[in-house]
Design a protein around this ligand. Structure first.
Ligand code: NCD
Length: 307
């Protein structure tokens, strides 16, 4: 059974196909309005979420399907000690496809191994978040016309930020991509991403703590929140949480074609005054996430022989 746990579970040509489908959905939404009639998506979210869960659910409704949902471990049998494996087997009896978010790295993988239906990883701990990456890729593609020859600055919590890890894995497969990794020393990109993805493939990157100095050279600036829930102590979080705050003044140093992305939720990293800047693309990114999730649900249900 085909599931999507990491972004590399999708080939570059499949991602290009998903983007084509998303663009077609945007142009002809009515053509898709009945495609998933009588099909059910189960959203199993054992960690907080607004955008990811609602965009999956909106996606399924816009495809004419239905949604079953678990929100929060406290209200499901996880609170009684049920394993992820048993939950996945159970939900396979009710639904056609699962989107799952869990605080433990690898939880979606375990679910996929045990489910009889496709599982989409909607975020597993600090590991990965492939459907956010699909939203990011469509945003970069629609804003720039291409995913090639782009300098991507990633700023903030590069250690725990799962969206960063997945985006690096995805963008590394396009030609002419380079990265500027902007973070405090304590929140640098984990070595498994640096070694296994960037160095292994010879992708050019630099590391810095200085956002302002990096700004003029960037095509994309991907801001992220410091991931409070993954810290071992509150003191460290409080010390690091406001390391970077993007303001209109700082943006004066950036090029006019820069695009600013953020997976959201934002805490303090981007001042609200930046929202008016034509380079701000983070709310477009939210919308793109819904279309890419529609495209992915369609692809996986077709492959599973359920459509
Ligand atoms: C991200 C996540 O959950 O990893 N949010 C999202 O899904 N858009 C980013 C974050 O929580 O900081």
């Amino acid at each position: 059974m085909r599931s999507v746990i990491d972004i590399t579970d999708l080939s570059v040509s499949e991602i290009d196909g998903l983007m084509d489908t998303a663009v077609d959905i945007i142009a002809h939404p009515d053509d898709y309005a009945e495609t998933c009639r009588r099909k059910k998506l189960a959203t199993l979210f054992f960690e907080p979420s607004t955008r990811t869960r609602l965009s999956f659910e909106a996606a399924m409704y816009e495809l004419g399907g239905n949604v079953l949902s678990v929100t929060g471990a406290a209200t499901s049998s996880a609170a009684k000690g049920e394993s992820v494996a048993d939950t996945a087997k159970t939900v396979s009896c009710y639904a056609d496809i699962i989107a799952m978010r869990h605080p433990k790295e690898g939880a979606a993988y375990v679910a996929a191994k045990n489910a009889a239906i496709p599982v989409i990883n909607a975020g597993d701990g600090g590991h990965s978040h492939p459907t956010q990456t699909l939203a990011d890729l469509l945003t970069i593609y629609r804003e720039r016309g291409s995913l090639e020859n782009v300098t991507v600055g990633l700023c903030g919590d590069l250690k725990f930020g799962r969206t960063v890890h997945s985006l690096i894995e995805a963008m590394s497969r396009y030609s002419g991509v380079r990265f500027v990794l902007i973070s405090p020393e304590e929140l640098k990109l984990p070595s498994y991403v640096k070694k296994d993805v960037l160095q292994r493939q010879g992708i050019p990157y630099e590391q810095t703590t200085d956002l302002e100095a990096a700004l003029p050279g960037l095509d994309i600036l991907y801001m992220t929140r410091v991931q409070r829930e993954r810290f071992f102590n509150e003191e460290d979080y409080l010390r690091l949480k406001d390391s970077y705050i993007l303001t209109p003044r700082k943006l004066q140093r950036a090029g006019k074609d820069l695009r600013i992305l953020h997976p959201l939720p934002r805490v303090n990293e981007i001042s609200v005054a930046v929202d008016e800047d034509p380079r701000a693309a983070y709310f477009k990114q939210v919308m793109n996430g819904k279309y890419m999730r529609m495209a992915l649900i369609l692809m996986l249900l077709k492959e599973a022989g359920r459509l």
